[in-house]
Ligand binder design. Structure first.
Ligand code: FAQ
Length: 311
């Protein structure tokens, strides 16, 4: 029992027409987009923290400047995405409140610790690699501002993935200890990276509606499979082993079969009980509080300029 307006809206989506901020849209479409885009923005912002831990410990000046540039890109993606969410009628303050009070979700992946320099390699390779696989289709999603934001974001993510793989390559061509560091990082980041794609299709509550609205163009499991198929040969080239005894090429399917994901771990991280959830949130809130004087100064300056102009 769709209304006439809803039928027209769905017809535009089916015809591949982009929905723009001032167009009529069902309330649930608006809500779903605010949910996904804001979670995505929060992920970019919190996602700076695990890598931020390694800026002062990067092995060379070159690696340090690359890592800094990458982390700054993530900040830019976050701001871009908050702007896209704001076009849907929500304020940035509301979104940040939800993040800082622990109400909002952000990607599970950023609740794992970064124990060695090799983790910078594994994150770029696997986490940014997964982000690209998830986000390339979003460049064609139905909501104009989100789809356009994704184009630049994906270009930058591909630089991030390359720099990560380059770190892994350097370590794997180094001493046996360095190669072992790379293997250890891969062992720890592999399964959490597969969890980034979300619950299995059978358990994904939002998938059916989001697909209808072309917010999702491929299912969680389809994209996860794409990630596995793409990454296995890359691991082989590095001479590293993926930590999954069930991983095997399936000629009939034309894909790699892989083992069962530990969904209890996934749900535990989503509930706030992952290894670093509390630390990440604490660090994020502290950064926000520490920046208050600066935000206040900006507002005071803007007020002064405005007063001068009207005087
Ligand atoms: N972590 O019904 P579905 C990056 C939630 S990349 C936490 O399948 P949906 C770049 C989900 O929100 C990472 N929560 O949901 C970077 C939902 O909860 P809700 C960010 C998760 O939305 C790299 C519930 O579970 N990328 O930051 C996760 O249809 C390196 C049920 O799930 C994006 O956000 C998870 N892994 O599909 C930065 C991409 N998975 O809201 C720094 C855009 C699921 O009902 C360094 N987002 N949940 O309470 C999406 O494509 C989708 O939102 C999915 C989830 C695929 C993540």
């Amino acid at each position: 029992n769709m209304s006439e307006q809803e039928r027209e809206f769905q017809a535009r989506i089916d015809a591949g027409v982009k929905i723009e901020p001032k167009d009529w849209m069902p309330e649930a479409y608006r809500k779903t987009l605010i949910r996904q885009i804001s979670q995505h923005a929060h992920s970019e912002i919190v996602g700076q923290l695990p890598e931020g831990n390694w800026v002062t410990r990067a092995p060379t000046l070159k690696r340090k400047s690359i890592l800094l540039a990458k982390i700054q890109d993530e900040a830019g993606h976050g701001l871009y995405l908050y702007s896209a969410a704001e076009t849907l009628g929500v304020s940035r303050d509301e979104l940040l409140d939800a993040l800082h009070s622990g109400k909002a979700k952000y990607s599970s992946i950023f609740n794992y610790p970064t124990l060695s320099w090799a983790d910078m390699g594994a994150i770029g390779w696997l986490v940014d690699g997964s982000a690209i696989i998830n986000q390339i289709p979003l460049c064609r999603c139905s909501y104009g501002p989100y789809s356009r934001a994704m184009i630049r974001v994906c270009k930058e993510e591909s630089f991030h993935a390359r720099q990560g793989y380059d770190i892994m390559l350097a370590l794997c061509r180094g001493t046996p200890e360095q190669k072992q560091m790379a293997q250890d990082a891969l062992n720890r980041w592999w399964w959490p990276s597969l969890m980034m794609f979300g619950p299995s299709d059978a358990d994904s509550v939002n998938s059916a509606q989001s697909s209808k609205w072309r917010i999702k163009l491929f299912s969680n499991d389809e994209l996860r499979q794409r990630m596995v198929d793409q990454t296995v040969p890359q691991a082989e080239f590095l001479g590293l082993t993926l930590p999954d005894p069930d991983l095997k090429w399936n000629a009939e399917r034309g894909h790699y079969d892989f083992g069962e994901i530990d969904w209890s771990e996934f749900h535990n991280v989503l509930k706030g009980n992952g290894p670093c959830n509390k630390e990440r949130l604490r660090t994020r809130v502290k950064a926000w509080d520490d920046g208050e004087w600066f935000r206040d100064a900006m507002v005071a300056y803007a007020d002064k300029q405005a007063a001068r102009k009207s005087a």
